[in-house]
Design a protein around this ligand. Sequence first.
Ligand SMILES: [Fe+2]
Length: 371
Amino acid sequence: MKNFKLTPEIITFDKCMEFCSEFNIGEGDLIITNEYIYKPFFESYIKDATIIYRRDYGNGEPSDKMVEKIYNDVKDINYKRVIGIGGGSILDVSKLFALEQITPICDLFEKKFPPKKVKELILIPTTCGTGSEVTNISVLHLSSLNSKFGLANDEILADYAILIPELLSILPFKIFAASAIDALIHAIESFVSPKASVFTEMYSKEAIRMIINGFKTIADEGQQSLENLLDNFLIASTYAGIAFGNAGCGTVHAMSFPLGSFYHVPHGESNYVFLTEVFKTYMKLNPDGKIKDLCKLLSEILDCPEKYVFDETEKLLYHILPKKSLQGYGAKEEDLIIFTENVVTKQGRLMANAYVPLDKNTIYEIYKSLF
Ligand SMILES: [Fe+2]
């Protein structure tokens, strides 16, 4: 059985002002965002909403501790809508505040009680990567497990995904690069997932095409060309979100979670470390399955022979963001066994979507080759 569901209503606005007016944002709204986004784009159009700046609750990737601290500050406030405005971390955290019961957060993620949505949820991405605005997934670092962990449940789907390209105009290039590479990985991993369907493939393919063509333009014309490409990247990352929200991500995400958790590497950047090596391993293990279609598609877009598509992808991505080794992020050789153990024991949700099931030794060898 193959499923395809597209729940949030997707609405685009040219300006933040238009969104605030159309949705009558104000009293009764809980807005979770960053100060550097809220002040220039929203503050003058909004009155009497409760504003939470995520940075006031800690830096780095979102964690259970961060969510519990925010919860302590808002639990006595009677809000009716939750509006998350930010990158993947903010959107993932915002999803939880639409639920009737949020704490203990680890119990929620470990499915000790069922999530129940009781507030309207509006998500507005400010990077062009995570696609979180259209998925039913929230990923947090859980202190008790010392690991990133994902909650996937339709109760945390947004009611509205709002796309406003204006918000991307202040995105630093490095954050754009990591988030756009993350979006490309969503599109590629979902394309070869066993849960892929003709519907998800359509979104995956178009996202792959739009993102790689955008990267080619940047590689040829320089970073200043990004200004005219932002709308495209925002749409492409939402396409990729629709694809992976239905078909799932796989080994690249699973292997990147321990690196991200242990060494606080931003999500897109840690995924980037693993992309081509995981796909070269898939190719060795089963070159005749769905990966053939992926190679054909990439060879058309990259204009290279099919056998070189992953090398050419790597070369192109290097123009966008230089890639580091695991050691470059501070990893030590003894971490590789711990990372492998984490993938095998804690990332089953993602590994179930691997193109080819990978055993412990293969996962370890991939880590070792990237060390
Ligand atoms: Fe991702």
